[in-house]
Design a protein around this ligand. Sequence first.
Ligand code: NAP
Length: 250
Amino acid sequence: MFEEFKDKVVVVTGGSRGIGKAIVLKFASLGAKVVFNYASNDEAAKKVIEEGKDYSGTIECFKLDVSNFPQVCEFFEKIFDKYGAIHILVNNAGITRDTLLARMKEEEWDAVINVNLKGVFNCCKAIISNMMRQRWGRIINIGSVIGSMGNAGQVNYAATKAGIVGFSRSLAKEVASRGITVNVVAPGFIDTDMTAKVPEKIKDQILKAIPVGRFGKADEIANAVSFLATESASYITGEVLHINGGLYMG
Ligand code: NAP
C-alpha cells in the first residue's frame, strides 16, 4: 500500500518534535524524501535526522519561521530547485499562548494567529501553483479538537484551529479538479511537549473525559496523516478527521 511514497517529496512543518517528528519518521520509513522545518531547537532537529538515518527514505531540515512569508517562499524554492516537485505538504507547526481572554495580551493573540493560521496560508500559498501544474497533491493541515470543542484559556488557539477547517474546506474546493486533496487531521490530547505544559490536575480531569482512557500517541496521528496522503484516499477531501480517543465525536 505504501510503496507509492518512494518517489514522493513530503514537506512537514514543525517536524523536529512531537507530532511533526512522528510524521517525518513515518514518511521516511515508507521511503519518501522528507524535508521538515523547525523554529529554534537545533538539537531536537538533529535527533530526528539521526533517528531516521537508516530508513529507506531521506530526511533533511531547515530552520525557519512559518509565519515569515519571505522565509517560507525561500524555503520552498530551495526544495523545488533540488527535487523538482512537492507532492505532500503537512502543515503541523503550532504553538500555544494560553490564558483567559480577560488577561490575554495582543501579542499572545498575534503570535498564535501568525504561526498556526498565517503559517498555513504562507506554506499553501508558496506551493499551490506548482502543485496545481503537477495535477497531483496532498495537503494535510493539523487542526485540533479544541477548534471544535473550544477550551477556556485558549481563545487564540481555538480560533486558529477552527480557522484551519474553513481554510482547508475552501482550498479543497479550489483545487479538487487538479487532483489535489486538502484535509484536516484534528488530534485530541496527544503526549508531546505541548501537553506536558498542562498542569497535572487539569490532565486528570481531561483523562476522565476520554473514553479510551489515555492520551494519544504521536504515531497514532502520523498513521492517519500517511493514509490521507495515499492514492487510496483520493476521494477524501475537505474532511476533518478527529483522532481523540472518543473525547469529541464530531
Ligand atoms: P510541539 O511538541 O510543541 O512541537 C511543535 C513543533 O513546531 C516543533 O518542531 C517546533 O520547532 C515547531 N514550530 C513552532 N513554532 C514554529 C514556527 N514559527 N515555525 C516553524 N516551526 C515552528 O507540538 P505538538 O504537540 O507536536 O503539536 C503539533 C501540532 O499538533 C500543532 O499544530 C498543535 O496545535 C497540534 N495539536 C497538538 C495536540 C497535542 O495534544 N499535542 C493536540 C491537538 C493539536 P522548535 O522546537 O524549533 O520550536
